[in-house]
Design a protein around this ligand. Structure first.
Ligand code: ZN
Length: 300
């Protein structure tokens, strides 16, 4: 266990490791991994036999943690996959000041109510932006990956392929704080069902898409993708937003899968120089709005 006088971030990293969660360093005051990426891999140390990314290098080894966090006040990533965790991330709307739109916590509560299930009590961390991370253990034999808005608006999950910032990490001078120190509960079965990668029984489109409709949607997708990539600096986020809104009706009509649109636009946005999180949040709000307000398809 950490001794008194241990630097706070080192102490927080050790605390996570003691709970059984492998950790990896994130840039001080930030959310991105501090470990090198594949392109700049020196092929030494951990990577002698080939590059290993943060998920594979995350560790519970106290000596390694001690060494890493003595060098710099790194934030702490918990590699949720290797930690056998599924973390539900309840986000807050981007511009919470100017709208009274429900936040992730309210959407999640509504989801629980609709499912007739109690809101699960478990170890919870509050994020500096006012969101919450609900920690669950992954049921044995399962291998879930990250999801975005699959459970509900502003409700993402982190599992294999993802990480969360551990309690004690600091963004803009504010710390991630434990708000419920309850034991980590196992992910409830109904949430496991909702998160399984196989297509779940989400609302099937009222009209079975014809091959032509899907083809037209894909043509539109390519056109919008090109527009995002060609957008001049300063207009990129706005273009991404407009394009996502334009595609939303095709998603609402069942012509094209939401994930396909998200993936294509995420890649186009990042290629145009937008940050990954900016793309994600812009896409999410534009698609949600557009899907919600889409008119029925006009039959010609
Ligand atoms: Zn490497």
């Amino acid at each position: 266990m950490p001794h008194p006088g241990t630097p706070p971030l080192l102490s927080a990293a050790l605390t996570a490791a003691v709970r059984g969660w492998p950790v990896h360093p994130l840039r001080p005051g930030a959310k991105s991994p501090a470990l090198h990426g594949e392109r700049t891999c020196p092929r030494t140390g951990d990577c002698t036999a080939g590059h290993r990314k943060w998920e594979q290098r995350a560790t519970r080894d106290h000596q390694r943690i001690q060494r890493a966090w003595s060098a710099s006040p790194f934030n702490i990533g918990i590699a949720t996959g290797p930690a056998h965790l599924v973390v539900i991330d309840l986000d807050v709307p981007k511009d919470k000041g100017s709208s009274d739109a429900p936040d992730g916590a309210q959407h999640f509560l509504a989801l629980c109510e609709r499912a007739g299930q109690p809101t699960p009590a478990t170890y919870t961390v509050r994020t500096p932006s006012g969101g919450h991370h609900l920690y669950f253990t992954a049921p044995p034999g399962t291998r879930l990956t990250n999801t975005a808005s699959r459970l509900a608006d502003l409700v993402d999950t982190r599992a294999w392929g993802g990480y969360v910032l551990a309690a004690g990490s600091i963004i803009d001078g504010a710390a991630y704080e434990v708000t419920d120190n309850a034991p980590v509960a196992e992910l409830p079965a109904w949430l496991l069902t909702a998160l399984r990668p196989a297509p779940t029984a989400s609302t099937p489109p009222a009209i079975t898409p014809t091959r032509d409709a899907t083809r037209l949607a894909r043509v539109a997708l390519e056109r919008e993708q090109a527009a995002i990539q060609a957008a001049p600096q300063g207009a990129r986020e706005a273009t991404l937003f407009t394009s996502a809104r334009a595609m939303g009706r095709f998603v609402a009509w069942g012509d094209i899968d939401r994930h396909e649109v998200e993936e294509a636009f995420q890649a186009a946005g990042e290629a145009a120089g937008l940050k990954a999180y900016e793309c994600r949040s812009t896409l999410r709000s534009a698609l949600n709005w557009s899907i919600r307000t889409a008119r029925p398809r006009r039959t010609a």
